[in-house]
Design a protein around this ligand. Structure first.
Ligand code: GAR
Length: 190
């Protein structure tokens, strides 16, 4: 069984979808832990409701090699999934989990990526730039923010009348449709 840790900072709709997917589907993957850097984040409530253990860790604790690897090792974590996680991942974690950490980004990278580009800011930038399509990118995490090898992209049209909220909804739909399946196919075998 491949054990997955989901790192999330806020709402956690992707985390919930991934947890449900692996609970409902016969797969060799299992979400064993949610790591969150915000006390009171909605993702913690979602994990609790679904019976998945969660831990709140401060930025300093996440950046503390012994502490962070200790938490992951004690849960036997094989794969890390970033799902709306807003802190930078420390290098020791990228090295230890090389090609075993994935992130989802709510645009068609390399467009609208990089530091400060997350969540609603991405959708606002897409609308402001007059793009006629956007999408999601699932990629390995490397030392450079949003530049790791791309595993999967999916596209959706942006209409001239679309607001950033409209775009966000379309992107969330794509995330719900694809993210868990891509994790499963990439890491847990078919
Ligand atoms: C998702 O749309 C995800 O793609 C995005 O944050 C949202 C989190 O939603 N991630 C980034 O922008 C990373 N740069 P959720 O908490 O409901 O899953």
């Amino acid at each position: 069984m491949k054990k997955i840790a989901i790192f999330a900072s806020g709402n956690g709709s992707n985390a919930e979808n991934i947890i449900r997917y692996f609970q409902e589907k016969e797969s060799s993957g299992e979400v064993a832990l949610v790591v969150c850097n915000k006390v009171g984040a909605k993702v913690l409530e979602r994990a609790g409701r679904l019976g998945v253990e969660s831990v709140v860790m401060s930025r300093d604790e996440i950046n503390d090699r012994q502490r962070m690897l200790g938490v992951l090792d004690s849960h036997g974590i094989d794969i890390i999934v970033l799902a709306g996680f807003l802190l930078m991942i420390p290098e020791f974690l990228i090295e230890r989990y090389r090609d075993r950490i994935v992130n989802i980004h709510p645009s068609l990278l390399p467009k609208f990526g990089g530091k400060g580009m997350y969540g609603h800011y991405v959708h606002e930038a897409v609308v402001a730039s007059g793009e006629n399509e956007t999408g999601i990118t699932i990629h390995y995490v490397s030392e450079i923010c949003d530049e790791g090898r791309i595993i999967f992209q999916a596209r959706t049209p942006v209409l001239p009348s679309d607001t950033a909220d409209d775009v966000e909804k379309k992107v969330h739909d794509l995330e719900r449709e694809h993210f868990a399946r891509v994790i499963d196919e990439t890491f847990c075998g078919l």
